[in-house]
Write a protein that binds this ligand. Structure first.
Ligand code: PTR
Ligand code: PTR
Length: 295
């Protein structure tokens, strides 16, 4: 409750955003050498967005090398024994779709959260790395194929959920993968509706509750909108665990693992007011049984 008063004051006075603007975008001393290796440069969607070497996701069996523009981001929820694991990554390029699915398989992930559309104002933000409903996508190396078994839009038109079945011909494994896509959120901007964004994040929470494997979260660059989503879900978990929520600390924890998470002051302000709203409207409440639920 104390941290929520601080949050409300900070929002009203502008102090919150001022603190955010003083926070480093990249953690000092972290190298990003792999991103700039000659063979990897073409695998980055944006020249100025690179993963730290220390927390980058290393591919083990992908045919085109071990690099992908992705970081592991672990968010600890003190007092609850919970560590939420994410992989924050860029929207795949046509040439990195295979790497993306390799990453998912190697990480054991079954959930992809997508917070971008494919095209915005005529510009491509992400390659369509999944098959349409009823179709199968055969990856060029022949090892994986992915089919889309279900596609369901939310009545508000703000999100789409899809179910994929991924088959690995090398191991015979068959895996169900859920993709949750938020549609109403341009890059560099904020979602158009607090309540729908909160409804989406709560569904993400619900989908991943008890999941130990990382959820893969991506937008176009994998920093701005991805950072907002992870901050929001982390704040929800903190509220449920009856822990204080200090958004700047959450932001720092994220930026220590992937540079530039949460891109603009307006995104930060937006997510802080969402946290406050979720708390004061009791959309998220402390869960006394939290420890049992998550073990
Ligand atoms: N630094 C950005 C760039 O790479 O050009 C600037 C930028 C600004 C990029 C807005 C994209 C922007 O949004 P949109 O892609 O929707 O025009
Ligand atoms: N060079 C681009 C820019 O500065 O605009 C990189 C970029 C693109 C950064 C999109 C952030 C972006 O938003 P998001 O991480 O939400 O996709």
């Amino acid at each position: 409750a104390q941290s929520m008063l601080l949050l409300a004051d900070g929002l009203a006075s502008g102090a919150l955003v001022a603190q955010f603007e003083r926070l480093y975008r990249k953690k000092p001393g972290m190298s990003m050498l792999h991103a700039n290796k000659q063979e990897n440069v073409i695998k980055n969607r944006y020249r100025d967005i690179s993963p730290y070497d220390a927390s980058r996701v290393i591919l083990h069996e992908a045919p085109d090398g071990d690099y992908i523009n992705a970081n592991t981001v672990s968010m600890e929820i003190p007092g609850s024994g919970i560590v939420n694991r994410y992989i924050a990554t860029q929207g795949p390029l046509a040439s990195t779709v295979g790497d993306f699915w390799h990453m998912l398989v190697e990480a054991g992930s079954t959930l992809v959260v997508m917070v971008t559309t494919l095209v915005e104002r005529g510009r491509t933000k992400c390659h369509k790395y999944w098959p349409s409903l009823g179709e199968t996508l055969e990856l060029s190396n022949g090892r994986f194929n992915i089919s889309c078994a279900k596609e369901e839009a939310d009545p508000s038109g703000s999100f789409v959920f899809r179910e994929f079945v991924l088959r690995d011909s090398q191991t015979g494994e068959k895996r169900d993968v859920t993709q949750m896509q938020y549609l109403a959120w341009p890059d560099h901007g904020v979602p158009d509706d607090v309540n729908r964004f909160l409804a989406f994040t709560r569904q993400v929470r619900h989908e991943r509750s008890g999941m130990v494997e990382p959820a893969i979260v991506h937008c176009s660059a994998g920093i701005g909108r991805t950072g907002v989503l992870i901050l929001m879900e982390t704040a929800m978990c903190l509220i449920e665990a009856n822990q204080p929520v200090y958004p700047l600390e959450i932001c720092r924890q994220m930026r220590n693992q992937r540079a530039m998470m949460i891109q603009t002051p307006s995104q930060y302000k937006f997510v802080c007011s969402c946290v406050h709203h979720a708390y004061t409207e009791e959309l998220v409440k402390p869960l006394p049984e939290l420890n049992q639920l998550n073990r």
